[in-house]
Design a protein around this ligand. Structure first.
Ligand SMILES: Cc1ncc(COP(=O)(O)O)c(C=O)c1O
Length: 360
């Protein structure tokens, strides 16, 4: 083991991780089930009991007979799910800040053989029914890639959520124009926790056809579930996964940690904890002049407007955060294992650098 493996989190050379929920480790429940799955051999390519049980647990959680597939990461989940909603000459309406537009290296277009993303603006990262209607009705001629799907990110890239009413309003306009609804649920658990809503109410009961539910950001080491509520869209999806290199031969190691999250309720506890840490940060900076909250905190992300020189001072104090995501500002994301002490330390450092700046 190298020295770096034994460093204490308070060591002066250890970064203080809040840039992304991808920096957190595997939660104990997921690790426990991963170890359990390793105690005996099982069938390959998803024919094992862990995959069957995890799929059944999703059906229970969503209170419906959905089709469930396990893939390695979010880009694959989104790209392949979208490809199943569209033909190559179709288009997908999404927010201009959507991960599928800004951070998936053209994966959705590639895997759908060219379906175009049509981006729309919208306050706080949300697609609105009006923007969908405008985009669909702007052109109806043969030269325009025909809109066929809407993609919503729940929680959004700016840490806000779509409430049940928002989703129903979007479904209404989608029905008028024959559009399918895909949900990028990179932070779906955080949205359920933030809205105190049942997974079914935020998906199929509100007209979502396919959900990409992230386990990675919810406490797994890797793995996303693609959940089809419209089962017709799932036709041949296993072949899509295989062709895209997303059919895990030892699928039980993707599925068993999911079962750990679902059977123990950790999926919701982890998200509730992460959201509570985000709220703690948002409340803690309220009284600090020179540090402003940019968007309502409805899940586990907090965007702060901080002057560039203060950002540098924070980095010098080992804080990690991203400034290239969303609409600028500094993004801090809390996870299942973010501690109140870490958040309080950040608040204290923010107060310190802001008051030093004011005194200069
Ligand atoms: C909104 C959103 N969607 C999807 C993803 C999945 O990305 P990846 O392909 O890195 O798992 C992320 C990860 O950061 C994300 O923030």
């Amino acid at each position: 083991m190298s020295d770096s493996d034994t460093r204490s989190p308070s060591s002066p050379d250890v970064p203080r991780f809040l840039a992304s929920d991808n920096t957190s480790g595997i939660c104990p429940e997921a690790m426990d089930y991963l170890v359990r799955a390793n105690q005996s051999d099982d069938l390959a390519y998803g024919n094992d009991r862990w995959t069957a049980q995890a799929s059944d647990r999703f059906r229970e959680l969503f209170e419906t007979d959905c089709e469930v597939f396990f893939v390695f990461n979010g880009t694959a989940a989104n790209s392949l799910a979208l490809a199943s909603t569209c033909q190559s000459y179709h288009s997908v309406i999404c927010h201009q800040l959507a991960h599928i537009e800004t951070d998936e290296c053209g994966g959705p277009e590639f895997f759908s053989n060219g379906s175009k993303l049509l981006t729309v603006a919208g306050e706080h990262g949300r697609v609105t029914p009006e923007s969908i209607a405008t985009t669909v009705t702007r052109r109806g001629d043969i030269h325009y890639p025909r809109p066929k799907a809407v993609s919503l990110t729940q929680a959004t890239e700016l840490g806000t959520t779509y409430g049940v009413d928002d989703l129903h309003a979007i479904r209404d306009v989608a029905d008028e124009h024959g559009l399918r609804i895909h949900m990028d649920g990179a932070r779906f658990a955080n949205a359920c926790a933030g809205l105190d809503a049942a997974p079914a109410d935020l998906t199929w009961r509100a007209g979502v056809d396919v959900l990409c539910f992230s386990g990675t950001k919810n406490g797994l080491g890797f793995g996303e579930a693609v959940i089809f509520f419209d089962r017709k869209l799932a036709e041949d999806f296993d072949y899509r996964c295989k062709q895209a290199g997303q059919l895990a031969s030892k699928m039980r190691y993707l599925a068993a940690p999911w079962l750990g999250l679902l059977e123990t309720g950790a999926w919701l506890r982890n998200a509730q904890h992460a959201n509570a840490m985000a709220r703690r940060l948002a409340q803690g900076i309220e009284a600090i002049d020179g540090v402003e909250l940019m968007f309502p905190v409805q899940a586990n992300s907090v965007f702060l407007e901080i002057a560039p020189d203060l950002q540098q001072q924070l980095r010098d104090s080992r804080w990690t955060f991203y400034t290239f995501i969303g609409e600028g500002g500094a993004r801090f994301v809390c996870s299942w294992n973010t501690t109140p002490e870490l958040i309080d330390d950040l608040i204290a450092d923010l107060a310190r650098v802001a008051s030093e700046a004011a005194a200069r």
